[in-house]
Design a protein around this ligand. Structure first.
Ligand code: PMP
Ligand code: GLN
Length: 386
């Protein structure tokens, strides 16, 4: 059917294209490429978890769950946060179950960003933040991480804060760089924000994928950050079920009260049987605590295979992504090389310029190593011949 221009009118997102994940994923399928682009595991989740969902369905948990989420799940999430980060969130008032972290982030932005408000986004950034800001009339303001080591320039951040700044979005462990914010960095951030009334959306979806004995420094660990933060998490990432789209966020009650006003009309509630299953599955903390070493083995296997290639890297500190520097190989733009790798070499990755602003090209590609050993072996073989 031909589009009826009169009905579409001016776009609310004139600069937004179909996401890089869909574009690259489609190209990868078309060319039969090994897909290390979009971040999802190509191995199965724990059968126990699936059985728990089936059980919940058979037990009759098939109607709407509570608007805020199944209480038992909120309760065990609150216990987990208290144990890992020492912060007490009240399950009734301060934890909400969402359709993945994406909806938590979208709803937090919708609930607080007014037309003309500025929201600081640290670039390169995962792609769901800015459209949500713009749809709500907000103005994204960028702080650029340095090339190569992806460190934040605190003076730059300070300079971007003004009376219009309503929100700051942070992401640690960071997609796409694989960098984590250290305790010192979180403390710096806390001091910069202390005199302001800026709300923080802390995207912590890779909270359980941190390597080399480092710790995940959640915003919930720091008093003056926690009091202004939405800590957003994803069961999809943690339990290898990205297709289930379930996550949650935690925030102080006054912030969460406002959040739920939007949440109840965006989704009302989230898949009930999966919530029941997650609550039961979370009872065994090994299910998430063992993830660091599980993914570290995959990272190390992938990187050891890349030693002899022309790609250079700094090992990822967290997430299941690894950036590979291809500057020894070519000076073409990352999107051109990514396309060529798919078409000529049958290997898909993400050109991270799509996470950047303007024409910045870091000369790196992002590879997802949440894959079976044989997939990683096949990818290494290809990269060795590039
Ligand atoms: N934030 C980051 C940094 C991500 O990489 C992703 C992708 N999973 C999300 C948020 C979205 O998480 P979810 O799939 O739970 O919506
Ligand atoms: N978070 C995943 C990534 O960065 C993708 C999720 C999506 O496709 N929207 O690859």
């Amino acid at each position: 059917m031909a589009p009826i221009k009169k009905l579409t009118g001016p776009s609310k997102l004139p600069d937004v294209k179909t996401t890089i994940f869909t574009t690259v994923g489609n190209l990868a399928r078309k060319h039969g490429a090994i897909d290390l682009s979009q971040g999802f595991p190509n191995f199965e989740a724990d059968k126990k978890l699936m059985e728990l969902v089936t059980l919940a369905m058979h037990q009759g948990h098939n109607q709407y769950a509570a608007m805020q989420g199944y209480y038992g799940l909120r309760e065990i999430i609150a216990k987990k946060i208290e144990k890992l980060h020492g912060r007490v969130y009240h399950p009734d008032e301060e934890v909400t179950i969402t359709v993945g972290a994406t909806q938590a982030i979208f709803t937090a932005i919708t609930a607080f960003v007014h037309s003309g408000d500025e929201v600081i986004v640290i670039k390169p950034a995962y792609d769901c933040y800015e459209p949500a800001i713009v749809l709500n009339g907000g103005i994204p303001v960028y702080v650029q991480l340095s090339k190569k080591d992806y460190k934040i320039d605190w003076e730059d951040l300070k300079g971007k804060i003004n009376t219009k700044t309503r929100m700051l979005i942070i992401n640690t462990p960071h997609n796409p760089s694989g960098r984590i914010f250290s305790k010192d960095e979180m403390l710096q951030l806390q001091e910069i924000l202390r005199p302001t009334d800026i709300i923080v959306v802390s995207d912590e979806v890779y909270e359980h994928i941190v390597f080399d004995g480092e710790e995940h420094e959640s915003a919930s660990r720091f008093d003056a950050l926690a009091e202004r933060s939405f800590v957003c998490a994803s069961f999809g990432k943690t339990f290898h079920v990205t297709g289930w789209k379930m996550g949650y966020c935690a925030a102080p009650s006054d912030l969460m009260h406002e959040f739920r006003k939007s949440h109840q009309f965006a989704v009302f509630c989230v898949d009930h049987p999966v919530q029941r299953a997650m609550a039961k599955y979370l009872e065994d903390e090994r299910h998430y605590l063992e993830l660091n070493s599980f993914y570290q083995k995959k990272r190390d296997f992938f990187l050891s295979g890349l030693q002899q290639t022309k790609f250079r890297f700094t090992p990822s500190q967290g997430t299941y992504f690894q950036l590979l520097d291809y500057s020894e190989l070519t000076d073409e733009r990352d999107e051109d090389l990514a396309k060529r790798l798919i078409i000529d070499y049958k290997l898909a990755s993400i050109p991270i310029s799509s996470f950047n602003t303007g024409q910045r090209n870091d000369g790196v590609l992002r590879f997802c190593f949440a894959k079976k050993k044989e997939t990683l072996e096949a990818a290494i073989e290809i990269l060795s011949n590039v």
